[in-house]
Design a protein around this ligand. Structure first.
Ligand code: SF4
Length: 372
């Protein structure tokens, strides 16, 4: 497959592994966090950790949008969907995400709520046009990659005067989450050992570019290498991180130069900035309340804000104490550290969001048979 096979070449991967082994040397340990669930899956799927020397370890980060959505927001969505006038539009991987009492949108749908699985924001627009008497609410989640389509949807809705369409906005921001991890001594020193740098997200960076990471490396002195999702991308990014650490550098480097620029996608960023503004804080599963890490609709688009339209109240609920998702999303534990992994909790019977989501670390370990 053109543009994929070139980045999965076994011989080149082995060459990169030898280079990492030679340059990492035995004198110190290296701990790098891959922020993104897509990278966690690439690492598990291609067995990349087995290619790395024992002193280079990867820590899985919180970059999975379904995983980091707290149970409170699922509970709010379920309550919203239970309203008789509401049709809730949801991306498929959210359907089984667990709320605080194990409830989910799937269960709410089975009990009669009008919940529709959609593939894009355009589906929500079509539905709002087809059923103008219904309150069609789009459950918007995701990092900077999925925010532009939501912004475009709102602007189309305004243009078409689709007054029945609104957004339950849960869009979150990557640099703010990285800041939160680096700022918190417990998170940046997992198990007493410091994180030495980040493999930065691929798709998110195609939108925001590499520039937003520059203040982070300046403030915290940790390198960030933006990487693609193929195995050679990840291996090369790890080599670039090892080199930065060895040379005492901390810079934003761009391994994924075939898709990411410093500026990012200006058109997409413009769409987002027209419609959204920062929330003061947003709750993340695992990270807690993170300042300036979420988006809400601007005042000019307040009529499309489902939280205002339906007077939805913020909830504070506890996570299932048996599930280790929070610790996994902080990088403090691995899926196999959870007693429920592979026994009570599997993709068929998921207990936590990290097993529900196709980008979750528990789903990656299960799917690719990682047992350590
Ligand atoms: Fe939660 Fe299941 Fe992962 Fe355990 S295996 S942390 S219960 S999602």
């Amino acid at each position: 497959m053109k543009y994929a096979d070139e980045f999965r070449d076994k011989t080149i991967a082995q060459g990169l592994a030898r280079a990492i082994g030679a340059e990492a040397g035995p004198r110190r340990a290296y701990r790098f966090m891959e922020f993104c669930g897509g990278h966690t899956h690439a690492i598990s799927r291609y067995g990349l950790e087995d290619l790395l020397p024992a002193n280079v370890r990867m820590i899985h980060g919180p970059g999975c949008p379904v995983c980091v959505l707290p149970a409170s927001r699922i509970d709010m969505a379920v309550r919203l969907a239970e309203r008789p006038e509401v049709t809730l539009c949801v991306y498929g991987d959210l359907m089984r995400a667990p709320g605080s009492q194990g409830q989910s949108l799937m269960r709410a749908k089975a009990l009669g709520a009008d919940i529709r699985m959609v593939y894009s924001t355009l589906d929500a627009i079509r539905l709002a046009e087809q059923v103008p008497t219904r309150e069609v609410v789009f459950f918007a989640i995701g990092f900077e990659t999925t925010t532009p389509p939501t912004a475009v949807m709102v602007r189309i809705a305004e243009k078409k005067r689709l007054r029945g369409l609104s957004v339950f906005c849960n869009h979150v921001l990557t640099p703010s989450a990285m800041h939160s991890i680096l700022e918190n001594p417990k998170m940046r020193n997992i198990g007493g050992v410091a994180i030495d740098g980040f493999v930065g997200p691929a798709h998110v960076s195609t939108i925001i570019g590499t520039q937003p990471y520059e203040p982070l490396v300046e403030q915290f002195g940790k390198p960030i290498v933006i990487a693609g999702f193929e195995p050679l991308d990840v291996m090369q990014a790890i080599l670039m991180l090892v080199r930065q650490v060895n040379e005492g550098r901390y810079e934003v480097e761009n391994q994924y130069s075939r898709a990411v620029t410093r500026q990012g996608n200006r058109r997409a960023k413009d769409e987002v900035s027209q419609v959204f503004e920062l929330r003061e804080q947003f709750e993340w599963r695992g990270l807690g309340l993170v300042p300036n890490s979420g988006l809400k609709l601007k005042r000019a688009y307040a009529g499309f804000d489902a939280e205002a339209r339906f007077a939805m109240h913020e909830l504070r609920v506890a996570d299932n104490p048996a599930c280790e998702c929070c610790a996994i999303l902080r990088g403090a534990k691995r899926p196999v550290d959870c007693k429920l992994f592979g026994t009570v909790c599997t993709p068929e019977t998921p207990v936590g969001s990290c097993m529900v989501s196709s980008e979750g670390a528990c789903a990656a370990y299960w799917t690719y048979g990682r047992v350590r």
